[in-house]
Design a protein around this ligand. Sequence first.
Ligand code: ADP
Ligand code: MG
Ligand code: ZN
Length: 479
Amino acid sequence: MEYEAIIGLEVHAQLLTKSKIFCSCTTQFGASPNTNTCPVCLGMPGVLPVLNKKVVECAIKTGLALKCEVAPYSVFARKNYFYPDLPKGYQISQYEHPLAKNGYLDIELEGTVKRIGITRVHMEEDAGKLMHEIEGAVTGYSYVDFNRTGVPLLEIVSEPDIRSGEEASIYLQTLRSILRYLEVCDGNMEEGSLRCDANISVRPKGQKEFGTRAELKNMNSFKFVRMALDYEIERQIEVLEEGGTILQEARLFDSKQGITISMRGKEEAHDYRYFPDPDLVPIEPGKDWVEEIKAALPELPQQKKERFTRDYSLPEYDSRILSTSKALADYFEECVRLFPQPKAVSNWIMSELLRLLKKDNREIEECPVSPQQLAALFHVMDKGTISGKIAKQVFEEMYETGSSAEDIVRKKGLTQVSDGAEIETIIAKVLAANPDGVEKYRNGNTKVFGFFVGEVMKETKGKANPKIVNQILQEKLKT
Ligand code: ADP
Ligand code: MG
Ligand code: ZN
Protein backbone atom coordinates (compact mmCIF):
# COMPACT_ATOMS: atom_id res chain seq x y z
CA MET A 1 0.00 0.00 0.00
CA GLU A 2 1.15 3.52 -0.69
CA TYR A 3 1.14 6.04 2.12
CA GLU A 4 1.09 9.80 2.29
CA ALA A 5 2.51 11.94 5.09
CA ILE A 6 0.55 14.87 6.55
CA ILE A 7 2.62 17.48 8.35
CA GLY A 8 1.78 20.76 10.08
CA LEU A 9 4.39 22.93 11.82
CA GLU A 10 4.16 25.08 14.92
CA VAL A 11 7.04 27.56 14.92
CA HIS A 12 8.05 29.73 17.85
CA ALA A 13 9.98 32.89 17.02
CA GLN A 14 11.57 35.04 19.68
CA LEU A 15 10.94 38.70 18.91
CA LEU A 16 13.76 41.22 18.68
CA THR A 17 12.26 43.71 21.11
CA LYS A 18 14.52 45.41 23.66
CA SER A 19 12.22 44.63 26.59
CA LYS A 20 9.97 41.73 27.55
CA ILE A 21 6.31 41.45 26.59
CA PHE A 22 4.68 42.51 29.90
CA CYS A 23 7.46 44.28 31.85
CA SER A 24 10.47 46.49 31.14
CA CYS A 25 13.18 43.87 31.80
CA THR A 26 15.73 43.48 29.02
CA THR A 27 15.54 40.54 26.62
CA GLN A 28 19.34 40.42 26.18
CA PHE A 29 20.66 36.87 25.73
CA GLY A 30 23.55 35.56 27.81
CA ALA A 31 23.25 37.59 31.06
CA SER A 32 23.98 35.87 34.41
CA PRO A 33 21.03 33.72 35.48
CA ASN A 34 18.06 35.51 37.05
CA THR A 35 19.49 39.02 36.64
CA ASN A 36 16.99 40.14 33.96
CA THR A 37 13.96 39.71 36.18
CA CYS A 38 11.39 41.74 38.14
CA PRO A 39 8.24 40.97 40.17
CA VAL A 40 6.15 40.86 36.97
CA CYS A 41 8.16 38.26 35.06
CA LEU A 42 8.84 36.34 38.29
CA GLY A 43 5.09 36.00 38.73
CA MET A 44 4.86 37.59 42.18
CA PRO A 45 1.37 37.93 43.61
CA GLY A 46 -0.39 41.23 43.03
CA VAL A 47 1.60 42.42 40.01
CA LEU A 48 -0.01 43.45 36.73
CA PRO A 49 1.25 42.92 33.16
CA VAL A 50 1.52 45.91 30.80
CA LEU A 51 1.62 45.01 27.09
CA ASN A 52 4.69 46.07 25.06
CA LYS A 53 3.34 47.87 21.97
CA LYS A 54 6.38 46.83 19.92
CA VAL A 55 5.35 43.17 20.29
CA VAL A 56 1.97 43.88 18.73
CA GLU A 57 3.67 45.79 15.91
CA CYS A 58 6.01 42.83 15.19
CA ALA A 59 3.07 40.44 15.23
CA ILE A 60 1.05 42.58 12.82
CA LYS A 61 4.06 42.92 10.51
CA THR A 62 4.50 39.15 10.46
CA GLY A 63 0.78 38.52 9.98
CA LEU A 64 0.73 40.86 7.00
CA ALA A 65 3.87 39.39 5.44
CA LEU A 66 2.22 35.95 5.72
CA LYS A 67 -0.92 37.31 4.00
CA CYS A 68 -3.09 36.83 7.08
CA GLU A 69 -6.17 38.74 8.13
CA VAL A 70 -5.17 40.90 11.08
CA ALA A 71 -7.94 40.61 13.66
CA PRO A 72 -9.54 43.92 14.62
CA TYR A 73 -10.15 42.35 18.04
CA SER A 74 -7.96 39.75 19.71
CA VAL A 75 -7.55 38.49 23.24
CA PHE A 76 -4.83 37.20 25.55
CA ALA A 77 -5.64 33.95 27.32
CA ARG A 78 -4.15 32.08 30.24
CA LYS A 79 -2.79 28.65 29.44
CA ASN A 80 -2.68 26.92 32.80
CA TYR A 81 -0.10 24.33 33.65
CA PHE A 82 2.38 23.75 36.41
CA TYR A 83 6.04 23.57 35.60
CA PRO A 84 9.12 24.80 37.48
CA ASP A 85 10.13 27.20 34.68
CA LEU A 86 6.71 28.89 34.75
CA PRO A 87 6.49 30.90 37.97
CA LYS A 88 2.90 32.14 37.55
CA GLY A 89 1.48 28.66 37.00
CA TYR A 90 0.13 29.83 33.66
CA GLN A 91 1.50 31.18 30.42
CA ILE A 92 -0.09 34.26 28.83
CA SER A 93 -0.87 33.29 25.24
CA GLN A 94 -3.71 33.66 22.74
CA TYR A 95 -6.30 31.00 22.09
CA GLU A 96 -9.74 31.61 20.61
CA HIS A 97 -8.95 35.04 19.25
CA PRO A 98 -5.43 35.13 17.81
CA LEU A 99 -3.97 38.34 16.37
CA ALA A 100 -3.78 37.03 12.79
CA LYS A 101 -5.16 34.05 10.85
CA ASN A 102 -5.88 32.49 7.43
CA GLY A 103 -2.68 33.38 5.60
CA TYR A 104 -0.23 31.45 3.45
CA LEU A 105 3.41 31.04 2.61
CA ASP A 106 4.65 30.05 -0.86
CA ILE A 107 7.62 27.71 -0.90
CA GLU A 108 9.74 26.71 -3.88
CA LEU A 109 10.25 23.05 -4.69
CA GLU A 110 12.54 22.37 -7.63
CA GLY A 111 11.09 25.10 -9.78
CA THR A 112 7.45 24.69 -8.74
CA VAL A 113 5.72 26.81 -6.13
CA LYS A 114 3.66 25.22 -3.39
CA ARG A 115 1.33 27.20 -1.15
CA ILE A 116 1.28 26.26 2.53
CA GLY A 117 -1.63 27.64 4.53
CA ILE A 118 -0.94 29.61 7.69
CA THR A 119 -3.62 28.84 10.27
CA ARG A 120 -2.70 31.52 12.78
CA VAL A 121 -0.07 33.85 14.18
CA HIS A 122 -0.35 34.68 17.86
CA MET A 123 1.64 36.37 20.62
CA GLU A 124 2.72 34.75 23.86
CA GLU A 125 5.36 34.89 26.55
CA ASP A 126 8.29 32.49 26.80
CA ALA A 127 8.95 30.37 29.89
CA GLY A 128 12.22 30.18 31.83
CA LYS A 129 14.99 27.70 31.29
CA LEU A 130 15.80 24.62 33.35
CA MET A 131 19.29 23.26 33.66
CA HIS A 132 19.74 19.76 35.02
CA GLU A 133 23.02 18.55 36.41
CA ILE A 134 24.11 15.56 34.45
CA GLU A 135 23.56 12.18 35.97
CA GLY A 136 26.33 11.21 38.34
CA ALA A 137 27.05 14.81 39.37
CA VAL A 138 27.62 15.30 43.07
CA THR A 139 24.33 16.98 43.95
CA GLY A 140 22.02 16.02 41.09
CA TYR A 141 20.31 19.41 41.38
CA SER A 142 18.24 21.16 38.75
CA TYR A 143 18.46 24.92 38.35
CA VAL A 144 16.08 27.47 36.91
CA ASP A 145 16.94 30.70 35.07
CA PHE A 146 14.05 33.17 34.77
CA ASN A 147 15.84 35.55 32.39
CA ARG A 148 13.77 34.14 29.54
CA THR A 149 10.37 34.29 31.25
CA GLY A 150 8.30 36.98 29.59
CA VAL A 151 10.47 37.21 26.47
CA PRO A 152 7.99 37.79 23.62
CA LEU A 153 7.29 34.98 21.17
CA LEU A 154 5.23 34.61 18.06
CA GLU A 155 3.69 31.24 17.43
CA ILE A 156 3.12 30.58 13.76
CA VAL A 157 0.94 27.55 13.03
CA SER A 158 0.71 26.06 9.55
CA GLU A 159 -2.12 24.11 7.99
CA PRO A 160 -1.40 20.38 7.54
CA ASP A 161 -0.32 21.04 3.94
CA ILE A 162 3.25 19.76 4.17
CA ARG A 163 3.99 16.31 2.73
CA SER A 164 7.65 15.48 3.44
CA GLY A 165 10.65 16.28 5.60
CA GLU A 166 12.15 18.15 2.67
CA GLU A 167 9.07 20.38 2.29
CA ALA A 168 9.04 21.05 6.03
CA SER A 169 12.68 22.09 5.93
CA ILE A 170 12.10 24.43 2.97
CA TYR A 171 9.01 25.90 4.64
CA LEU A 172 11.07 26.61 7.74
CA GLN A 173 13.91 28.17 5.76
CA THR A 174 11.49 30.38 3.83
CA LEU A 175 9.75 31.46 7.01
CA ARG A 176 13.06 32.21 8.73
CA SER A 177 14.17 34.32 5.81
CA ILE A 178 10.95 36.40 5.97
CA LEU A 179 11.21 36.90 9.74
CA ARG A 180 14.78 38.12 9.30
CA TYR A 181 13.82 40.48 6.47
CA LEU A 182 11.10 41.90 8.70
CA GLU A 183 13.71 42.30 11.46
CA VAL A 184 11.31 40.77 13.97
CA CYS A 185 13.45 37.69 14.80
CA ASP A 186 17.15 36.92 14.38
CA GLY A 187 16.32 33.35 13.34
CA ASN A 188 19.15 31.89 15.40
CA MET A 189 18.11 28.28 15.79
CA GLU A 190 21.14 27.26 17.85
CA GLU A 191 20.36 29.87 20.51
CA GLY A 192 16.71 28.88 20.36
CA SER A 193 15.30 32.13 18.93
CA LEU A 194 13.56 30.00 16.31
CA ARG A 195 12.14 26.62 17.36
CA CYS A 196 9.92 24.16 15.63
CA ASP A 197 7.41 21.48 16.67
CA ALA A 198 6.21 19.22 13.87
CA ASN A 199 2.89 17.38 13.85
CA ILE A 200 2.98 14.32 11.65
CA SER A 201 0.65 11.54 10.63
CA VAL A 202 0.44 9.15 7.68
CA ARG A 203 -2.56 7.81 5.77
CA PRO A 204 -3.06 5.37 2.91
CA LYS A 205 -2.98 7.33 -0.35
CA GLY A 206 -6.50 8.25 -1.39
CA GLN A 207 -7.93 8.13 2.13
CA LYS A 208 -9.68 11.36 3.13
CA GLU A 209 -9.40 11.26 6.93
CA PHE A 210 -6.15 12.14 8.61
CA GLY A 211 -4.39 9.51 10.67
CA THR A 212 -3.44 9.92 14.32
CA ARG A 213 -0.57 12.36 14.69
CA ALA A 214 2.59 12.45 16.74
CA GLU A 215 4.18 15.74 17.72
CA LEU A 216 7.95 16.05 17.35
CA LYS A 217 9.10 18.64 19.87
CA ASN A 218 11.64 21.42 19.72
CA MET A 219 13.84 20.77 16.74
CA ASN A 220 16.58 23.31 16.32
CA SER A 221 17.99 22.88 12.82
CA PHE A 222 16.61 22.48 9.29
CA LYS A 223 18.53 19.28 8.90
CA PHE A 224 17.10 17.76 12.09
CA VAL A 225 13.57 18.71 11.06
CA ARG A 226 14.04 16.87 7.77
CA MET A 227 15.75 13.86 9.36
CA ALA A 228 13.25 13.56 12.22
CA LEU A 229 10.24 13.73 9.90
CA ASP A 230 11.66 11.30 7.37
CA TYR A 231 12.38 8.86 10.17
CA GLU A 232 8.95 9.34 11.72
CA ILE A 233 7.15 8.80 8.41
CA GLU A 234 8.91 5.45 7.98
CA ARG A 235 8.23 4.49 11.59
CA GLN A 236 4.51 5.22 11.39
CA ILE A 237 4.14 3.35 8.10
CA GLU A 238 5.90 0.37 9.61
CA VAL A 239 3.61 0.37 12.65
CA LEU A 240 0.52 0.45 10.41
CA GLU A 241 1.87 -2.21 8.08
CA GLU A 242 2.34 -4.51 11.05
CA GLY A 243 -1.28 -3.96 12.02
CA GLY A 244 -0.50 -1.65 14.95
CA THR A 245 -1.96 1.75 15.82
CA ILE A 246 -0.23 5.12 16.05
CA LEU A 247 -0.42 6.69 19.49
CA GLN A 248 -1.09 10.37 19.83
CA GLU A 249 2.01 11.41 21.70
CA ALA A 250 4.88 13.85 21.96
CA ARG A 251 8.19 12.52 20.66
CA LEU A 252 11.77 13.75 20.83
CA PHE A 253 14.34 13.52 18.06
CA ASP A 254 17.64 11.98 19.12
CA SER A 255 20.04 13.53 16.62
CA LYS A 256 22.90 11.20 17.59
CA GLN A 257 20.97 8.05 16.76
CA GLY A 258 18.79 9.72 14.10
CA ILE A 259 15.58 8.34 15.65
CA THR A 260 12.51 9.70 17.46
CA ILE A 261 11.66 8.56 20.98
CA SER A 262 8.35 8.71 22.85
CA MET A 263 8.36 11.51 25.45
CA ARG A 264 4.84 11.50 26.82
CA GLY A 265 1.61 9.90 25.74
CA LYS A 266 -1.93 11.19 25.53
CA GLU A 267 -2.72 10.06 29.09
CA GLU A 268 -0.33 12.75 30.23
CA ALA A 269 -1.66 15.32 27.75
CA HIS A 270 -2.42 18.64 29.39
CA ASP A 271 -5.78 20.18 29.95
CA TYR A 272 -4.77 23.82 29.85
CA ARG A 273 -8.12 25.26 31.01
CA TYR A 274 -7.68 28.30 28.80
CA PHE A 275 -9.62 31.42 29.76
CA PRO A 276 -9.29 35.11 28.84
CA ASP A 277 -6.69 36.88 30.96
CA PRO A 278 -8.62 39.33 33.15
CA ASP A 279 -5.47 41.45 33.68
CA LEU A 280 -5.17 42.44 30.03
CA VAL A 281 -7.61 44.33 27.82
CA PRO A 282 -8.44 42.98 24.34
CA ILE A 283 -6.19 44.22 21.53
CA GLU A 284 -7.84 46.46 18.95
CA PRO A 285 -5.05 47.71 16.72
CA GLY A 286 -7.21 49.98 14.54
CA LYS A 287 -7.28 50.09 10.74
CA ASP A 288 -4.98 53.12 10.44
CA TRP A 289 -2.21 51.56 12.42
CA VAL A 290 -2.41 48.30 10.46
CA GLU A 291 -2.36 50.26 7.18
CA GLU A 292 0.62 52.24 8.38
CA ILE A 293 2.53 49.04 9.20
CA LYS A 294 1.54 47.54 5.84
CA ALA A 295 2.82 50.57 3.95
CA ALA A 296 6.15 50.34 5.78
CA LEU A 297 6.75 46.62 5.07
CA PRO A 298 10.18 46.09 3.51
CA GLU A 299 10.76 44.36 0.18
CA LEU A 300 10.46 40.65 1.02
CA PRO A 301 12.62 37.77 -0.29
CA GLN A 302 10.16 36.74 -3.00
CA GLN A 303 9.84 40.29 -4.36
CA LYS A 304 13.57 40.81 -4.20
CA LYS A 305 14.14 37.58 -6.08
CA GLU A 306 11.78 38.67 -8.84
CA ARG A 307 13.42 42.10 -9.06
CA PHE A 308 16.92 40.58 -9.29
CA THR A 309 15.83 38.25 -12.09
CA ARG A 310 14.19 41.13 -13.96
CA ASP A 311 16.59 44.02 -13.39
CA TYR A 312 19.91 42.18 -13.43
CA SER A 313 18.91 39.46 -15.92
CA LEU A 314 20.03 36.80 -13.49
CA PRO A 315 18.91 33.16 -13.61
CA GLU A 316 16.18 32.36 -11.05
CA TYR A 317 18.62 30.16 -9.21
CA ASP A 318 21.07 33.02 -8.64
CA SER A 319 18.33 35.42 -7.60
CA ARG A 320 16.98 32.99 -5.06
CA ILE A 321 20.36 32.33 -3.44
CA LEU A 322 21.25 36.03 -3.38
CA SER A 323 17.94 37.03 -1.80
CA THR A 324 17.93 34.46 1.02
CA SER A 325 19.14 37.14 3.40
CA LYS A 326 18.79 40.89 3.11
CA ALA A 327 22.43 41.36 4.07
CA LEU A 328 23.58 39.09 1.23
CA ALA A 329 21.28 40.85 -1.25
CA ASP A 330 22.62 44.24 -0.13
CA TYR A 331 26.18 42.98 -0.49
CA PHE A 332 25.48 41.83 -4.04
CA GLU A 333 23.79 45.09 -5.03
CA GLU A 334 26.62 47.21 -3.65
CA CYS A 335 29.17 45.16 -5.64
CA VAL A 336 27.12 45.55 -8.82
CA ARG A 337 26.85 49.29 -8.26
CA LEU A 338 30.66 49.46 -8.19
CA PHE A 339 31.25 46.88 -10.91
CA PRO A 340 28.19 46.70 -13.15
CA GLN A 341 28.47 43.10 -14.38
CA PRO A 342 25.72 41.35 -12.39
CA LYS A 343 26.32 37.79 -13.61
CA ALA A 344 30.08 37.95 -12.97
CA VAL A 345 29.44 39.33 -9.48
CA SER A 346 26.76 36.73 -8.80
CA ASN A 347 29.00 33.86 -9.90
CA TRP A 348 31.79 35.05 -7.70
CA ILE A 349 29.61 35.50 -4.63
CA MET A 350 27.87 32.15 -5.06
CA SER A 351 31.01 30.13 -5.63
CA GLU A 352 34.03 31.79 -4.05
CA LEU A 353 32.53 33.98 -1.34
CA LEU A 354 29.83 31.65 0.00
CA ARG A 355 32.28 28.75 -0.08
CA LEU A 356 34.71 30.55 2.24
CA LEU A 357 31.95 31.80 4.53
CA LYS A 358 30.49 28.32 4.78
CA LYS A 359 33.88 26.84 5.61
CA ASP A 360 34.18 29.22 8.58
CA ASN A 361 30.49 28.98 9.47
CA ARG A 362 30.18 32.74 9.05
CA GLU A 363 27.31 34.94 7.98
CA ILE A 364 27.74 37.54 5.25
CA GLU A 365 27.64 40.22 7.97
CA GLU A 366 30.95 38.83 9.23
CA CYS A 367 32.60 38.74 5.81
CA PRO A 368 36.10 40.22 6.05
CA VAL A 369 36.01 41.38 2.40
CA SER A 370 33.82 44.44 1.87
CA PRO A 371 31.84 44.98 -1.36
CA GLN A 372 34.28 47.82 -2.16
CA GLN A 373 37.25 45.46 -1.83
CA LEU A 374 35.60 42.76 -3.94
CA ALA A 375 34.68 45.30 -6.63
CA ALA A 376 38.31 46.46 -6.69
CA LEU A 377 39.37 42.85 -7.33
CA PHE A 378 36.93 42.66 -10.25
CA HIS A 379 38.46 45.80 -11.73
CA VAL A 380 41.99 44.37 -11.45
CA MET A 381 40.77 41.21 -13.19
CA ASP A 382 38.89 43.17 -15.80
CA LYS A 383 42.00 45.15 -16.76
CA GLY A 384 43.78 41.86 -17.44
CA THR A 385 46.35 42.50 -14.73
CA ILE A 386 45.63 39.07 -13.26
CA SER A 387 43.92 35.97 -14.60
CA GLY A 388 40.73 34.52 -13.15
CA LYS A 389 42.70 31.68 -11.65
CA ILE A 390 45.12 33.97 -9.85
CA ALA A 391 42.19 36.13 -8.78
CA LYS A 392 40.83 33.19 -6.77
CA GLN A 393 44.10 32.94 -4.87
CA VAL A 394 44.16 36.69 -4.35
CA PHE A 395 40.60 36.58 -3.09
CA GLU A 396 41.41 33.87 -0.55
CA GLU A 397 44.25 35.99 0.72
CA MET A 398 42.01 39.06 0.90
CA TYR A 399 39.59 36.97 2.93
CA GLU A 400 42.30 35.70 5.29
CA THR A 401 44.19 38.96 5.78
CA GLY A 402 41.80 41.78 4.91
CA SER A 403 44.41 43.28 2.51
CA SER A 404 43.33 44.89 -0.76
CA ALA A 405 43.61 43.12 -4.11
CA GLU A 406 46.08 45.70 -5.46
CA ASP A 407 48.40 45.27 -2.47
CA ILE A 408 48.42 41.49 -2.72
CA VAL A 409 49.03 41.51 -6.48
CA ARG A 410 51.88 44.03 -6.12
CA LYS A 411 53.57 42.42 -3.10
CA LYS A 412 53.45 38.90 -4.51
CA GLY A 413 54.30 39.87 -8.07
CA LEU A 414 51.20 38.16 -9.41
CA THR A 415 50.71 40.43 -12.38
CA GLN A 416 49.68 38.41 -15.41
CA VAL A 417 52.33 37.75 -18.04
CA SER A 418 50.94 39.11 -21.31
CA ASP A 419 54.27 39.74 -22.96
CA GLY A 420 54.23 37.67 -26.18
CA ALA A 421 58.01 37.32 -26.38
CA GLU A 422 58.28 36.03 -22.82
CA ILE A 423 55.48 33.52 -23.34
CA GLU A 424 57.00 32.41 -26.61
CA THR A 425 60.31 31.60 -24.89
CA ILE A 426 58.52 29.51 -22.28
CA ILE A 427 56.48 27.66 -24.92
CA ALA A 428 59.60 26.88 -26.87
CA LYS A 429 61.13 25.43 -23.74
CA VAL A 430 58.08 23.31 -23.00
CA LEU A 431 57.88 21.94 -26.55
CA ALA A 432 61.58 21.16 -26.60
CA ALA A 433 61.23 19.17 -23.38
CA ASN A 434 58.32 17.13 -24.77
CA PRO A 435 59.12 16.04 -28.33
CA ASP A 436 56.84 12.98 -27.97
CA GLY A 437 53.87 15.17 -27.23
CA VAL A 438 54.59 17.37 -30.21
CA GLU A 439 54.78 14.27 -32.39
CA LYS A 440 51.43 13.04 -31.06
CA TYR A 441 49.77 16.37 -31.67
CA ARG A 442 51.00 16.53 -35.24
CA ASN A 443 49.66 13.00 -35.77
CA GLY A 444 46.21 14.25 -34.87
CA ASN A 445 46.03 13.68 -31.09
CA THR A 446 44.87 17.19 -30.21
CA LYS A 447 44.21 16.19 -26.60
CA VAL A 448 47.84 16.90 -25.70
CA PHE A 449 47.16 20.58 -26.30
CA GLY A 450 45.71 20.88 -22.81
CA PHE A 451 48.79 19.22 -21.38
CA PHE A 452 51.02 21.86 -23.01
CA VAL A 453 48.88 24.69 -21.68
CA GLY A 454 49.17 23.16 -18.23
CA GLU A 455 52.97 22.94 -18.53
CA VAL A 456 53.21 26.60 -19.56
CA MET A 457 51.02 27.58 -16.61
CA LYS A 458 53.23 25.54 -14.30
CA GLU A 459 56.33 27.33 -15.59
CA THR A 460 54.71 30.73 -15.01
CA LYS A 461 53.02 29.76 -11.73
CA GLY A 462 49.67 30.33 -13.36
CA LYS A 463 50.46 33.88 -14.36
CA ALA A 464 50.54 33.54 -18.16
CA ASN A 465 47.64 35.13 -20.00
CA PRO A 466 45.73 32.05 -21.18
CA LYS A 467 44.48 33.69 -24.37
CA ILE A 468 47.99 34.53 -25.53
CA VAL A 469 49.28 31.10 -24.50
CA ASN A 470 46.61 29.43 -26.61
CA GLN A 471 47.32 31.59 -29.58
CA ILE A 472 51.11 31.16 -29.63
CA LEU A 473 50.94 27.48 -28.76
CA GLN A 474 48.66 26.83 -31.71
CA GLU A 475 51.03 28.62 -34.08
CA LYS A 476 54.07 26.80 -32.73
CA LEU A 477 52.48 23.37 -32.94
CA LYS A 478 51.42 23.92 -36.52
CA THR A 479 54.91 24.62 -37.76
P1 ADP B 1 -2.26 21.55 19.30
O1 ADP B 1 -2.33 22.93 19.84
O2 ADP B 1 -2.89 20.53 20.15
O3 ADP B 1 -0.87 21.15 18.93
P2 ADP B 1 -3.41 22.44 16.77
O4 ADP B 1 -4.82 22.28 16.30
O5 ADP B 1 -2.93 23.81 17.08
O6 ADP B 1 -3.19 21.47 17.98
O7 ADP B 1 -2.52 21.82 15.60
C1 ADP B 1 -1.16 21.87 15.59
C2 ADP B 1 -0.59 21.50 14.23
O8 ADP B 1 -0.91 20.16 13.87
C3 ADP B 1 -1.07 22.34 13.08
O9 ADP B 1 0.07 22.76 12.36
C4 ADP B 1 -1.90 21.40 12.24
O10 ADP B 1 -1.80 21.72 10.87
C5 ADP B 1 -1.30 20.06 12.52
N1 ADP B 1 -2.17 18.90 12.41
C6 ADP B 1 -3.44 18.77 12.84
N2 ADP B 1 -3.88 17.54 12.60
C7 ADP B 1 -2.88 16.83 12.03
C8 ADP B 1 -2.74 15.47 11.58
N3 ADP B 1 -3.71 14.56 11.70
N4 ADP B 1 -1.56 15.12 11.03
C9 ADP B 1 -0.55 16.00 10.94
N5 ADP B 1 -0.64 17.27 11.35
C10 ADP B 1 -1.79 17.70 11.90
MG1 MG C 1 0.93 21.64 19.50
ZN1 ZN D 1 10.46 41.62 34.34
